[in-house]
Design a protein around this ligand. Structure first.
Ligand code: PDD
Length: 295
């Protein structure tokens, strides 16, 4: 089995916890932290390429929104946060990887009701290498998707650390031989992936992705991709689509900070399009990469 230490940066992985940079294996939070006790926290994931965080402002915009929605204070101002992110990248000496930020309501005696005088929010950052060879293989060959019932709560627009339904769906998808789960609501509409946004290209060549609501996470990659598509004059519709629509699609793909426009070539074992990554998906990746500054 692969241990965390197999992927560590040359100098050893470094994590950030509440003002301190520590060896990853020694970085800890208090046992009464509300994220551990109650799932009371939010997170962000940004891709790091060439020592630079990708789509940084948009991720920080969403982080501020998630915190605002839950009434948790920003742990520090945005310039300071950006400084810590850069310190993390430098100290981990990782040119390419994934940077994780978690903010919790803090450590305080357990009570469902958040305290009137809130404790200092906990801020954690961790970084790890991304398997770029595996990502390239997914871009090249496409991935299989398995559909799972969307059993999540009513505020999927907040990026909370409460990920049980997502991980169970992903586990079921993996058991079915798929890379990602597409979550299907009670009315038969696809909401999104367990950790990605879901997209199809319909028979008219229109790119379709679910419109924003409490039912999905407003993906940062989704947002930047939509801007890139508008600029590239790609026909897009933000609306609901059913599983049947997806099965009849010309192309399908997923998006997230961990992989933009990754082609989907099968859903529940049924081939999408001609079973190979689609040309529009590849063009959308190129448009996104140019906008996000990825070479
Ligand atoms: N997941 N939908 C869900 C449910 C997600 O968890 C994610 C991101 C996305 C895509 O959002 P973005 O483009 O901002 O990464 C959509 C991250 C990568 C994760 O949980 O690891």
């Amino acid at each position: 089995m692969k241990k965390w230490s197999d992927t560590r940066a040359p100098g050893g992985r470094i994590a950030y916890v509440n003002g301190r940079y520590l060896p990853h294996g020694q970085a800890m939070v208090h046992i009464e932290d509300r994220a551990l006790q109650l799932g009371d926290g939010i997170y962000e994931v940004t891709s790091v390429i060439g020592f630079a965080p990708i789509d940084e402002e948009a991720h920080l915009d969403r982080m501020e929104r998630s915190l605002r929605e839950l009434g948790i204070a920003m742990p520090m101002g945005r310039p300071a946060l950006k400084l810590v992110m850069r310190q993390m990248i430098a100290r981990n000496r990782l040119a390419d990887g994934l940077l994780y930020l978690q903010v919790t309501r803090g450590a305080v005696r357990r009570d469902h009701v958040p305290p009137k005088d809130p404790p200092r929010p906990t801020l954690i950052m961790t970084m790890r290498a991304q398997d770029m060879t595996a990502l390239a293989a997914r871009m090249d060959k496409g991935i299989a998707v398995s559909t799972q019932p969307d059993i999540r709560w009513g505020r999927c627009d907040i990026k909370t650390v409460q990920l049980l339904p997502n991980l169970l769906a992903k586990q079921a998808a993996k058991a079915a031989g798929a890379f990602e789960a597409w979550l299907v609501d009670r009315d038969g509409y696809v909401t999104e992936g367990a950790s990605t946004n879901a997209w199809i290209v319909d028979q008219d060549g229109t790119v379709v992705t679910r419109d924003l609501s409490n039912a999905i996470l407003p993906g940062v990659t989704r947002r930047i991709m939509l801007e890139a598509m508008a600029e590239g004059q790609v026909k897009v519709a933000e609306r609901k689509f059913t599983l049947t629509d997806a099965l009849n699609a010309r192309e399908a793909f997923i998006s997230s900070a961990t992989g933009a426009a990754v082609p989907v070539v099968s859903i529940d074992g049924k081939v999408i399009g001609n079973g190979a990554p689609g040309p529009l998906t590849q063009r959308i990746y190129a448009l996104y990469a140019a906008r996000a500054g990825i070479k």
